[in-house]
Structure formats: structure tokens, C-alpha cells
Design a protein around this ligand. Structure first.
Ligand code: F6R
Length: 399
């Protein structure tokens, strides 16, 4: 029981006996809870993302040594050195961040990673080996399925590390270690800045494991950190072009179905872009890895179903171009999310959302932003309740 009155806050048990509670101060200010001139919290939170990436990186990386200081997580380095596999468990948008995290961990730390929906994992006869690091990702820290999966794995793996935005949450309390994202309060129900903060945290974990397990030398780590530190500025450039995304949203307002395609590290971004559109505008959107298109979804393509194709100049660029040709051959309309340096893409597609170039591994930080803005502007123009979409809750504390 808790009683809050002008004299203070008192906790008791159900018989009225006082309970002592530890006080924890949040660094969030009341100003952070205001819209500050933005029409919706979601738009404000999309615009806060460069700062969120800076804040989540701050104090944790060293450009001199290429080192990541993660003593705060509370899991001994000796344990992390012995990790041979990781399992990332999450729901919804956090699951999509986990899929990006898998690519980070496999590329940098060279350890195999499974990414699991918490609601599926907890009811399976799952197998965890002692050298497995379980990483649970949850912005709220209270998602019932993720918490249950954490509790079920706790004694069956090397350690459970939580990535969360919520201090003293159930997930933060129950995990062996916590890496906090510094996204500040997210009021819009649709997760945006917590997603980029989660990807930042997962990249830090990957870099840290790569360091303690000697999988990347200092020069490679320094080069990655340098590239990472340029990301917030590139995000700001994308935000400076928000009007172009808004104009595109007006053009595509009449459509009721969208297909999102991406490959490799941008496939999870396609999933996330489609989820954002579905949840706030109630428009049907599907996301597939480009390579899966010919195994079924291509049957959907006609002039009534536009495709958002994520096509940065990376190792799967040519493969994405083939997907684009296949769609064009079936009278499909294509919006490409492409590098601003890619002059050739314009003649192949109907519209381009240009993003700055970056290390291919870090492109999700950039490619996700026009997709968040696209979903936002479509929903706002349809008059939807962007910050409080129907049937959804910010913390899913029940199954
Ligand atoms: C989507 C969204 C949800 C959450 C999911 C998990 O915008 O917000 O899909 O990502 O409910 O929530 P957390 O991260 O709190 O565990």
C-alpha cells in the first residue's frame, strides 16, 4: 500500500505496518515531459533521437583506446569472456532492435546469436547452455512476457543482461546486470527514440564483447567508434529533410496496403517501419527480407500496393536492386530509402528518401528515421490519435 499526501509518501503492508523503501532519483526533468512546440509527443521523440544516441554513448566509449567502459552493468568481465553464445529476448519494437543487435554481435564479437519473441520462448522447451549470455530488451522494463522469459532463464545461463530505459523496473531488478538506455521519458505509445537507444546499447555490448574476447583490434574498434560518433549529426541531417517525408506521406495517403523490404541489417528496420505504420495509422503493412519476396509476397504486388525498399549501398545493394526490378516489372510503385550519394537509384524508382552514407552496419540508425516520420505523417494526416493509438498500451504488463 502507498499513501501519497502533501507531507510525503508512506509505504505499508496490507496490515498497515510501515515498509522501508529505497529512494532512487531519476534525472528526468519536468520539461522532458512536455511537447515543446511539437504537435505530438511522437514527433518530438523522433526529433530527440540524435541526442539520445549521444547520451547513450556518452561516458561509455573511449576514442583513445577503442574501449567500452561497461563496469556499470555489474556482470564480471570474466563471465563475459567465457560467453560463447547470446540469446536476445524481447517483444515488439524491442525485438526488432534485438534483430539488429544480432547482426552487431555476430559481426563484431563473432558469437552466434538467437533472437526470440519472449512470448514464444517462455513456453518452449528452450535450451540454454551455461556459456550463453541472455540479453532481455525492454524499454518499459515491465513487459510480462519478457519478465517471465528472464525469470525462466536466470539460473540456466551464464548471466542475464537487461537493456532497459526504466530504472528500478521489474526487469532491471531481476536481471543479473543492466545497461540503461538514456532515452529519457517516452510518452508516445509507439516506440521511436527507445528503439534507437536500444540499438546503441546493443552496439556497445557487441563492441565490449569484441574487446574482452579479442575479436576486434583497437584500431578497428576506434574506427567503429569514430563512425558511431558521426551518426547523431547524420540523424540531424535527416530531420532537416522531414518536410520531404511529409510531402511523400501526402502523396501516398490514399493507399491502404504497403510492403516494406530490406535485407541484412536493414531487414529489422523494414519490420520496424511496417510496425510503426500499422500501429499508429491502422494501415496494413507487411515487411519481408528482400530475398523472401519471390517465395510468396510478390503475388501481392500491383499498382495498389506500394513498396518501401531500404537500399543503402552495402553488401546486399545489388540484391535489393534485383528486387526493385522485379517489383517494377509488376507495375509496383517503389519508394527507395537510399544513400544521398546514390545518383542512379532515382531512375529505377518512383520516389527516393535520401539518407547520408555511413558504415553499413550503422545504417539502421539512419534508415529507420524516414520510416518513423513517414508513419507519423500518414497517421497525423489521417487524424489518428498518434500518441495514444487504439488498443495499445505503453507497458504491456499482462499476457
Ligand atoms: C511498438 C511498441 C511495442 C513495444 C513492445 C515491447 O511501438 O511500443 O511493440 O515495443 O510492447 O515493449 P517493451 O520494450 O516495453 O518491452
Amino acid at each position: 500500500m502507498v499513501v501519497i499526501d502533501p507531507t510525503g509518501v508512506r509505504f505499508t503492508d496490507f496490515k498497515g505496518a510501515p515498509l522501508a523503501k529505497k529512494v532512487e532519483h531519476l534525472s528526468w526533468s519536468p520539461l522532458m515531459m512536455e511537447k515543446r512546440g511539437f504537435k505530438h509527443f511522437m514527433l518530438k521523440e523522433i526529433f530527440e533521437q540524435p541526442e539520445v544516441v549521444r547520451d547513450t554513448l556518452q561516458g561509455r566509449i573511449s576514442l583513445d583506446t577503442g574501449g567500452v567502459a561497461l563496469d556499470e552493468i555489474g556482470i564480471p568481465e570474466a563471465t563475459l569472456r567465457q560467453v560463447r553464445k547470446a540469446v536476445i529476448i524481447a517483444c515488439g519494437t524491442s525485438y526488432h532492435a534485438g534483430l539488429v543487435g544480432k547482426v552487431f554481435l555476430e559481426s563484431m564479437a563473432r558469437i552466434p546469436v538467437d533472437v526470440e519473441y519472449a512470448s514464444e520462448f517462455r513456453y518452449r522447451d528452450f535450451i540454454l547452455e551455461k556459456e550463453t549470455l541472455v540479453i532481455v530488451v525492454s524499454q518499459s522494463g515491465e513487459t510480462a512476457d519478457t519478465l517471465a522469459a528472464l525469470r525462466a532463464s536466470k539460473d540456466r545461463c551464464a548471466a542475464v543482461l537487461a537493456v532497459t530505459n526504466s530504472r528500478s523496473s521489474s526487469i532491471a531488478r531481476d536481471a543479473h546486470g543492466v545497461l540503461y538506455t538514456h532515452a529519457g521519458p517516452e510518452i508516445g505509445v509507439a516506440a521511436t527514440k527507445t528503439f534507437t537507444a536500444q540499438m546503441t546499447a546493443l552496439a556497445l555490448i557487441a563492441l565490449h564483447l569484441a574487446q574482452v574476447q579479442d575479436r576486434m583490434d583497437a584500431a578497428a574498434r576506434i574506427a567503429f567508434i569514430e563512425e558511431f560518433q558521426r551518426i547523431p549529426h547524420k540523424m540531424e541531417k535527416i530531420l532537416g529533410r522531414a518536410k520531404a517525408v511529409e510531402d511523400l506521406a501526402s502523396r501516398f495517403l490514399p493507399f491502404s496496403h504497403f510492403l516494406y523490404l530490406g535485407r541484412w541489417v536493414n531487414f529489422p528496420v523494414a519490420l520496424e517501419g511496417a510496425l510503426k505504420l500499422k500501429e499508429i495509422s491502422y494501415i496494413h503493412a507487411e515487411a519481408y527480407p528482400g530475398g523472401e519476396m519471390k517465395h510468396g509476397p510478390i503475388a501481392l504486388i500491383d499498382e495498389k500496393m506500394p513498396t518501401l525498399a531500404i537500399v543503402p549501398e552495402d553488401r546486399v545493394y545489388d540484391k535489393m536492386l534485383s528486387n526493385i526490378s522485379e517489383i517494377k516489372a509488376r507495375n509496383g510503385t517503389i519508394i527507395a530509402l537510399a544513400s544521398e550519394d546514390d545518383a542512379k537509384i532515382h531512375e529505377r524508382v518512383d520516389a527516393v528518401l535520401a539518407v547520408p552514407s555511413a558504415d553499413p552496419l550503422l545504417m539502421p540508425f539512419l534508415t529507420v528515421m524516414p520510416l518513423q516520420l513517414f508513419a507519423y505523417y500518414i497517421a497525423a494526416k489521417r487524424g489518428a490519435d498518434v500518441d495514444q493509438p487504439r488498443n495499445l498500451a505503453k507497458s504491456v504488463t499482462v499476457e
